[in-house]
Design a protein around this ligand. Structure first.
Ligand code: GLS
Length: 842
């Protein structure tokens, strides 16, 4: 029957091919029009948004062809897979990336032109898929691009949030949050898999039963939901490989309680649906800030449970119950602690469901799992109250207790040489379950400790950060398992972040190097060093930057209604708003600059370097201080941008709703970007790499990946300032002896005195950094203030020498080879995952 069916379809396709050239070769304009006609019921006179949908649904078919081919190949080859478990994937838009990665940009750009549309405007109609907060989620998205490009068998697994990262609007200069309703017009980039769904349980009770003389543990959840799979094909670049991001949507077990409905109880009839859907409804809008809500733990378990069941069911279909070979076929990367419940869940599936004995299951589990730490912020290292865990996941809590017993017992033996008091102290410090230091009544499960104990490899995301992980955050563990700890410096995809978002610069690079191979071999960018001082090359380089600045200027005009001086230095700080990232310090230096300009004679002003400063980023909805910082930016901008004495020389704009697509416009236009976190606080940063690739100079602290960027670019080409990470602890202790700079004191008085209005609202901001006692100014703004102003003066001096500025700009791009996520992923694949490329035939 099946053979007959296959033959019949093949025959039909042959005739179709002779009559209409085969689906794949329907001319793109016809195909786009067909999609609009048959999927949307539209006939002519389309808006850009219509044209986007028609184009996207047309491109989707080619994407799915490639996806199917790849998976057919992988099914046959059965290679080892890497599964990237992440609560966040900040994908942004897909159309441009997909047509470029599939090599279809010419065809579709022409098609749209013929129809009277421009690809860029059409692409602009797409909504961002904002299923992530910031760097951590965007890193996961870059990693998927690189895995596919490198032909590595691998999938991402996460949650299909109905509402992604909130939309940020400004009302009178204050942030307001609006829901991100991104799925309303349908999502052409996903495929719902009605044949892939799993049950996920919560709560209930755990019992031991005897089955065939063997004691088994049975967990009977009190609540069950369905995890429904949606596949999001991920096209590699310059390869036939298209891999997958599988996202789970939560649905009720039964569609609808008809009994309750018939009895007139409409609310109850809908209750299950609402409860289930709540699980995948909203992304928690936090980044490096705490969020201990039960729903978040529920989300974490929900996607981990569905993903592990999915992987095990595919494994069993091929290998039956030969679970000892699971580590040869599958490994899981835990993206931060969010998916750490996987340690307990894999144990539960292997022991309770598959009947393996504990030790065997533990060997398999620890071989399969690896953990990446992404933050040093103590408040962001997740800890769940035992009470919460025991109620929501009673069996997992038991499993974690058993893991911890085994772990502490092992430790006691391992530390046998120590005096008993010292040994007890060390064991207590490393126990996965421990007291809450702020509330002795409460016991907590430390998810980072669970991840370390349950994994083969643990890594940080930049050299300095990996050292902090080893020497501070997880030092006890490092002393015991030094070889478990690694560094994997982050990277970003050079496709989205250089080639596709800056096609003009990409064309110039390709022209100059005589090849476009740098797009997947970024080390080739080093070839640009030879041209760094070449006048005619500098002129072309500068022309591209000017064109990109014009685009950003147009955007500022659209948002704020102001024309800005395009000859000015474009100075950018875009990232989540956080005290440790120190946007506040940036604002203080802008106020200082403003005050200096005010004092200058017309003659002096003529010599000043004009600047357009842009700040963008979202504040977590509950992060009060961050919201005040945003208001300070807008308030200072309101004064500066309207002052006739200075408005040609200095502007400050807050660009609302910073997201991936806004970044794609801003970064190519930036000349100076700010990465000024307190040394030792920013694990890596990844926008710094995107700016570097686009030839943007950096003013920054000796922190995160800034250090490695400076090494690759030439330290003298970077404006580095501020205290070093090693000094921080001491400086914090010596807070009350610290003498602030008189300029600092003046600025504090200005803000406090109402120079920018809203003085009551700004008071807590001033107080947070101004009262020099232990604990205040935790992020040491005052310590770095003078050095920062000095570095800013160096920036001005350098900008006056355009030849030098351009030389440096070129050196940045030339030195960015290391920061391709292809390099990062290759390192993960070789050192941690042991996964090899497997490419389908073209
Ligand atoms: C983060 C760090 O804060 C960033 O420094 C880092 O670049 C990113 C990716 O590793 O991870 N951790 C976090 O919780 N949010 C981030 O962006």
């Amino acid at each position: 029957r099946r053979a007959l069916h296959v033959a019949a379809v093949a025959e039909a396709e042959k005739t179709a091919a002779t009559t209409r050239g085969g689906a794949a070769s329907v001319p793109a304009p016809v195909d786009i029009a067909n999609k609009l006609r048959y999927l949307f019921g539209r006939n002519g006179d389309y808006t850009n948004a219509d044209a986007y949908h028609g184009t996207a649904w047309s491109v989707r078919e080619k994407l799915i062809d490639s996806f199917n081919k790849t998976h057919e190949h992988w099914r046959k080859e059965d290679p080892k897979f890497i599964y990237y478990l992440s609560a966040e994937f900040l994908m942004g838009r897909s159309l441009t990336n997909t047509v470029y990665n599939l090599g279809l940009q010419g065809e579709y750009a022409d098609a749209l032109n013929q129809m009277g549309y421009e690809m860029e405007k059409v692409a602009d109609a797409e909504r961002d898929a904002a299923l992530g907060n910031g760097g951590l989620g965007r890193l996961a998205a870059c990693f998927l691009d690189s895995m596919a490009t490198l032909d590595l068998p691998g999938w991402g697994y996460g949650i299909r949030y109905k509402y992604g990262m909130f939309k940020q609007a400004l009302k009178n200069g204050y942030q307001i949050e609006q829901p991100d309703i991104w799925l309303t017009s349908g999502n052409p980039w996903e495929v719902r898999r009605d044949d892939v769904k799993f049950e996920v349980g919560f709560g209930g009770r755990v019992e031991r039963r005897k089955v065939n003389g063997k004691e088994v543990t049975v967990w009977t959840p009190s609540e069950k939901v369905i995890a429904q799979a949606y596949d999001n094909p991920i096209p590699g670049f310059d390869t036939p490989t298209t891999s997958n991001l599988r996202l789970w949507d939560a649905m009720p077990l039964t569609e609808f309680d008809l009994g309750a409905f018939n009895a007139g109880d409409y609310d109850r009839a809908m209750l299950d649906r609402e409860r289930a859907e709540a699980i995948s409804a909203v992304l928690y809008p936090n980044d490096s800030t705490p969020e201990g809500k039960e729903l978040r733990l529920k989300q974490q378990y929900f996607f981990v449970c569905a993903s592990l069941q999915d992987v095990l069911s595919r494994f069993k279909a091929v290998h039956g119950t030969a679970f000892e070979s699971l580590p040869d076929k599958a490994c899981f990367q835990l993206n931060d602690t969010h998916p750490t419940i996987a340690v307990a869940e894999l144990m539960r599936l292997l022991v309770d469901v598959e009947g393996l004995d504990w030790d065997q299951a533990w060997t398999i589990t620890t071989k399969c799992l690896n953990y990446t730490n992404h933050t040093v912020m103590p408040e962001a290292l997740e800890k769940w109250p035992v009470k919460v865990m025991a109620k929501m996941l009673p069996r997992h809590m038991e499993i974690i207790e058993v893991i911890n017993e085994g772990w502490t017992r092992w430790l006691a033996g391992h530390l046998g040489d120590l005096k008993s008091e010292e040994r007890a102290k060390r064991i207590a410090a490393m126990s996965i379950i421990h007291e809450n230091p702020w509330n002795k009544e409460e016991m907590l499960v430390n998810m980072a400790y669970l991840a370390v104990v349950g994994s083969s490899a643990v890594n940080g995301v930049a050299a300095i950060h990996s050292n902090i992980v080893k020497d501070e955050i997880l030092n006890d563990f490092y002393q015991i398992f030094p070889s478990k700890f690694q560094n994997k410096t982050n990277g970003v995809t050079p496709r989205r972040w250089l080639a596709w978002c800056n096609p003009e610069l990409a064309a110039l690079i390709t022209d100059t190097l005589g090849t476009s191979e740098w797009i997947n071999d970024t080390e080739k960018l080093a070839g640009l060093r030879a041209y760094a001082s070449d006048k005619s090359f500098q002129a072309k380089w500068s022309a591209v930057k000017k064109a990109k600045k014009a685009k950003l200027a147009a955007l500022i005009k659209k948002i704020h209604g102001d024309d800005v001086n395009q000859e000015a230095l474009f100075d950018i700080q875009i990232k989540r708003i956080h005290e440790y990232k120190r946007q506040y310090l940036n604002v203080l230096s802008i106020i200082w600059r403003y005050k200096q300009l005010k004092k200058m004679s017309p003659e002096e002003r003529r010599k000043a370097v004009p600047r357009v400063c842009v700040i963008g980023g979202k504040a977590a909805s509950a992060y009060d201080m961050a919201k005040r910082i945003i208001r300070l930016v807008t308030a200072v901008g309101d004064v500066i941008n309207r002052d006739p004495d200075t408005k040609d020389l200095l502007r400050l704009y807050f660009l609302p709703d910073y997201n991936v697509s806004l970044a794609e416009t801003i970064i190519p236009a930036a000349e100076l970007s700010q990465h000024i976190s307190t040394a030792g606080t920013e694990a890596s940063g990844t926008s710094n790499m995107k700016f570097q690739m686009n030839g943007c100079l950096i003013i920054g602290t000796w922190d995160g990946a800034n250090i490695e960027i400076a090494e690759e670019t030439g330290v003298d080409n970077v404006f580095v300032f501020g205290v070093r990470a090693e000094e921080i602890n001491q400086l914090r202790k010596e807070r009350k002896n610290f003498k602030t700079d008189p300029r600092w004191d003046e600025l504090m008085r200005d803000i406090e005195g109402g120079m920018f209005g809203d003085k009551d609202y700004f008071k807590p901001l001033v107080d947070s950094v101004n009262n020099m006692k232990v604990g205040n100014d935790w992020f040491l703004l005052a310590n770095d203030f003078a050095a920062y102003l000095e570095a800013q003066e160096e920036v001005d001096a350098c900008y006056k020498d355009q030849a030098e500025w351009l030389r440096r700009s070129i050196m940045y791009t030339a030195g960015s080879g290391k920061f391709s996520s292809d390099r990062t992923i290759r390192e993960y694949a070789e050192d941690i995952w042991h996964v090899k490329p497997s490419r389908p035939s073209a």
